[in-house]
Structures are given as C-alpha cells and as structure tokens.
Design a binder for this molecule. Sequence first.
Ligand SMILES: CC(C)(COP(=O)(O)OP(=O)(O)OC[C@H]1O[C@@H](n2cnc3c(N)ncnc32)[C@H](O)[C@@H]1OP(=O)(O)O)[C@@H](O)C(=O)NCCC(=O)NCCS
Length: 385
Amino acid sequence: MQLPDANSPSLHLSHPTESEKTAILTLNSKSWGTALALPDYLDRETHMTTVPDLTRNDGLTYFVLVDKNSMPDSRLILGSLETTRKRALIARNGQVWEVISHAIGSVFCNPEYRGKGYAGRMLRELGPVLNKWQTDEKVDGRKECAFSILYSDIGKKYYAKFGWMPFPSTHISFPPSPATNGASTNGHINDAQVATTLKDADIEALCALDEQYIRKELVQAKDGKTHVALVPDYAQMKWHALREDFMTARLFSKSPTIRGAISGTAGNRVWALWTRSFYGPLDSIESGNMLHFLRLVIEDEKDVAGNVKKLRDIVKIAQKEAAEWKLTGVEIWNPTPVVKEILSKLDVEHSEVERDEHSIPCLLWYGEDSVDDLVWVGNEKFGWV
Ligand SMILES: CC(C)(COP(=O)(O)OP(=O)(O)OC[C@H]1O[C@@H](n2cnc3c(N)ncnc32)[C@H](O)[C@@H]1OP(=O)(O)O)[C@@H](O)C(=O)NCCC(=O)NCCS
C-alpha cells in the first residue's frame, strides 16, 4: 500500500465518522483499554462523552489526520486524537479573566503507519486550530483559548517539538494500607481522628468554594509573571467520578461512594477529592492502578500542627480506600511548597517521585509572553484526560 508523505499538502485534520471512531477505539484499546474487555472499553468511551458541562454536546472533539481527497469511511486514518474543552483562568498583575483551554488525549497512530511523521504532522496542524477552536466572541469565558494541554506518556521531548512544553511532574506517593485503629469509612473515624468522608452530595459546593479560593490566589499573584489555572470545577470532578464508577462497576460489580475526605471547621478545613484510576489488570503491580488525589485544598495553607493532623487523617482514609479497591498506592500531584512541608511531617511512609515518562503535563501557550515565564497553578490530577 502506498502511504502518503507526512508533509503532503493533501493531508489535513478532519473528524471521524461513527464507524471510524469505533475502528480507532478498537485499535487504541491495546494502548489504553487493557483493564477492560474490548466491548466494555468501547462502552466506557461512549459513556464518557455524556458528562454534563464537560464532554456532552460539543465539549469533546475527535480529530483525525486524513487525505482530503479520500472519502469518509474508506480513507486511511493516519493519526487520531481527542480534545476536551475546559474552563481556565489567566492572571496577570492582579487581573484575572476566564478563558477556555483544550486538553488533548489519546494521541494515536495505527502501529502499521508509525515512525513516518503522521502524529507529528497531526500535532503541527492541531496547535493553531485549537487556538480558535470553540471560541466565541459573544460568550463570556469563551472569547479566547489561551492554551492547550496534554499529559504525555512518552516522556518530555516529543511534544515539546510541537510547542507543548513539559511542566512539573512530581508526586508524593503513599502505599495502600488496610484500616487500623478502628478506622472506618462511614463517617467519623474515631475520637482521635476527625476526618469525615465526602460523598457525591458534598462535591459541588466544595468545588464552588475552591473556585473562589483559586481566583483569590490568582488575584494576589503579582510577581510580574502570567499565571494559568484550569478551574477545578464540579464538571471536572464529575468526569472522574463517572469514569471510576464505570470502571469499578465492570471490575468489582459495585461502585464507590467515598469521593474524598475532609477535616476541620469552615475557614480551617483541609479536604481532598480523589478518584480510583485503573489502567490494567487488577492484582498486577505493573498496571499502576492508583488512588489519585484530584485536588487537595487547605483553606488556611500554613505549615501548622493542625493541618498536619488533618492531612494525616485524610491520607489514612485514602490509603484504606486504596487497599480496599486493590490499588497500588495513593498519589498527590505537584504539591505546593507548603503542602510538601506538611507532608514531610505526616509520619506516614511516603516517597517523592519525579515522573519523566508518564503523565507529564505539557502546555502550548498561545500568548505573546514566553512559556518559560508561565506559572501553572493547581497543576493536579483533576485536569488529566
Ligand atoms: C506516539 C505515537 C502517536 C507516535 O506516532 P508516529 O506517527 O509514529 O509519530 P511520528 O512519526 O510523528 O514520530 C515518531 C517519533 O515518536 C517517538 N516515539 C514514539 N513512541 C514513543 C515512546 N513510547 N516514547 C518516546 N518517543 C516515542 C519516536 O521515537 C519518534 O521520534 P523521532 O521523531 O525523534 O524519531 C505512536 O507511537 C502511538 O500511537 N503510540 C501508542 C499510543 C501512545 O503511546 N500515544 C501517546 C500517548 S501520550
């Protein structure tokens, strides 16, 4: 079969038909679907297109690299990916405004066509397209797409060639741990431990509060640099919850009710929202199945004894949940310096890891200032797709 040159002017970005989508997913299930049987993986991907305010309607877009002269459903799919539109904030010298960002996922090339530059061509085409994609001058918050992101599983160099520059990719890792000292996950733990589990009904209000906090933090960021943040809103958390519900229903025939934990009183609370991520077979350490903190909020972010205790109690519940759901650990991505100080005092076994291969947050900045001067605030797991 004669394959086109990756630089050919007849190649362009298009959108797949339904049957092309199924063909793409069937092929890429070998990369991302190994925790599930193929029909379940296909079901999950359909299910994830229905998340209110995120992927439903036009929130999710599939792109393919194809020859513009060939017909849909009979053309070669030379590359594929998907993008999810997300709310984001930009801050400069005390001014904060809302924009959109697109998060790219599932960058894929048919194994038969790899190494010929097709994924590279697709990404070169995509960068400028996303700069205007789904922007709308008439809609507040949608006037501008200020940046696009992806989470590279192939190291820090490949995507940088096309402008998506790597950002910090450290995490703190805790082992799973079954319940001890009477710890229970159905409310208060015991007299000494005061953390309470968070359920679905608690999440929306906490996300709204978190958005207020992050806006305030951005207003106060007056270091001459541009600060960017994805909004840790309810839609983001719902996406992760629906995904973990789907996975756990297929893998365990039940789904979790505990979405995180909280400790303290208003103004002094610490809370974490989390998700259980399944990438491969249960009981295989190589799968890297993990309980991820989606977002950690410390209302009074100071390295004080009260916060150490609150976070310790929350981490212990997370470790118990990790053990219960056969996960290989608990991860907190990119903790702030204060959170790192607090974590160092937890007296709970943990390690700090710098990822250099998987889940590297990468960002393509459409602004005029240098991406090197950009600060990505709240670069935590909730933004991942
Ligand atoms: C990654 C992928 C999309 C590249 O597609 P492709 O069309 O072969 O890419 P290109 O021909 O444009 O570029 C090939 C480059 O990708 C690099 N690459 C491919 N897989 C890689 C990996 N696992 N780790 C590091 N680099 C990788 C090659 O080394 C090569 O580098 P070079 O340009 O310096 O020679 C394809 O290998 C694929 O679908 N892999 C499986 C799914 C996946 O891992 N996707 C990425 C998720 S972040």
